[in-house]
Design a protein around this ligand. Structure first.
Ligand code: PGA
Length: 233
């Protein structure tokens, strides 16, 4: 099974960095083809990647909880899909902290993203902190009539941007606890993957990937050398 590498640029990057990434992606033979590579730059940069997408996918960092309407400043999941987005990160802890997103809002965003055929990447803080929220995410996903995939990203708050990743044991425990929530459920052809995020870099990515389905990478996304090393065979 492929492992997801999700690069969250946050509010960073420029046209030059996009070009550097595209050139690398298009020319490098050494990229590990067991990775499903998802680049999540600010969506104003999506146009840089149109027609050049070969071995990677585009994701947004947020989307609205409705598909259209009077929601000043919001971007519809349908619009994201139309400009080439295939994934969307939802409920990142920075969205919860700075933009006061709550769980019911995030669940609504997930539902609308699925309706627009985006694969949601829903962030949670950890099994003990978000136990019932994780169950709600999984139930809502399974009960949704559209078929799609879901990625849940376990992202302990202390590890985001701190340079201190969680331990492999704790990552494995949290991932397994989340997987246990749906272990005996009928997924009817849908897929759920559980990833980890928080201070992932070129030194720890392989070890972390050995205990989960993917990694969500913030800071190291914006360091070209780290980015290349994470992708390589
Ligand atoms: P980080 O960010 O890799 O800089 O810790 C991860 C995230 O915010 O998802």
């Amino acid at each position: 099974m492929k492992k997801f590498l999700i690069f969250n640029w946050k509010m960073n990057g420029d046209d030059n960095y996009c070009r550097q990434i595209i050139d690398y992606m298009n020319s490098n033979q050494n990229i590990n083809d067991n990775f499903e590579i998802i680049l999540c730059p600010p969506i104003v940069f999506f146009n840089n990647f149109q027609d050049k997408k070969t071995n990677f996918h585009l994701g947004a960092q947020n989307s609205a909880f409705e598909i259209s309407g009077s929601y000043t400043g919001e971007i519809s999941p349908e619009m994201i899909k139309k400009i080439g987005g295939e994934y969307v990160i939802l409920g990142h802890s920075e969205r919860r902290k700075y933009f006061f997103e709550n769980e019911s809002m995030i669940l609504k965003k997930m539902e609308k993203a699925i309706e627009c055929k985006l694969t949601p990447i829903v962030c949670v803080h950890g099994f003990s902190e978000d136990r019932s929220y994780i169950a709600d995410i999984i139930n809502d996903f399974i009960n949704h009539k559209s078929s799609s995939d879901l990625i849940i990203a376990y992202e302990p708050e202390f590890s985001i941007g701190s340079g201190i990743s969680d331990t492999i044991d704790s990552i494995e425990k949290n991932i397994n606890n989340i997987k246990n929530v749906y272990k005996n459920r009928q997924l009817n052809g849908k897929n759920i993957y559980v990833a980890y995020g928080g201070s992932v870099n070129e030194k720890n990515s392989r070890d972390i990937l050995s205990v989960c389905d993917g990694v969500l990478i913030g800071k190291a996304s914006m360091n070209f050398e780290s980015f290349c090393k994470i992708l390589e065979k």
